[in-house]
Every structure is written in structure tokens, then in C-alpha cells.
Design a protein. Structure first.
Length: 73
């Protein structure tokens, strides 16, 4: 799997930032829809704490994605 070319690893941390966050394409705005999708895709943004506590990760993802999702999701 290829790593997104716009992601940059934060020095000395196991986190990434997006170089084009404010101008990102719609596919990025609506991804991910679930933590399971992130695991399946081996998403770089998934942190070890998310794997350890998927329920908490889902709540955090829902909050993070609230402005990107349609009301029916």
C-alpha cells in the first residue's frame, strides 16, 4: 500500500499532518468513515491507542468527521 504523498510525519512523534488539509479533495474530506476502514486500509493516521480502544476511537472519529459527513451517516 502506498502512503499518501501529502502526509508528513511529526518529528519525534508517531503522528502525521496533512500538507493540503484545507485544499484536500472530497475523497479525503469524507475518509475515513469508520475505524475498521482505517484498519483495513492500513491508514497512517490510525494511532496505536485507537487500535487498543476502538470504541473511544470511533467516538473521536465521529467528532472529528462531524462537519464532513452527511446527516444520514
Amino acid at each position: 500500500m502506498e502512503v499518501c504523498p501529502w502526509l508528513r510525519k511529526v518529528p519525534k512523534q508517531n503522528k502525521y499532518t496533512c500538507d493540503i488539509y484545507y485544499d484536500r479533495p472530497d475523497d479525503c474530506k469524507y475518509y475515513p468513515s469508520t475505524v475498521d476502514e482505517m484498519v483495513r486500509d492500513e491508514c497512517e493516521m490510525l494511532e496505536e491507542k485507537d487500535r487498543a480502544n476502538p470504541k473511544q476511537a470511533r467516538r473521536a472519529l465521529d467528532q472529528l468527521m462531524q462537519d464532513s459527513r452527511t446527516p444520514f451517516e
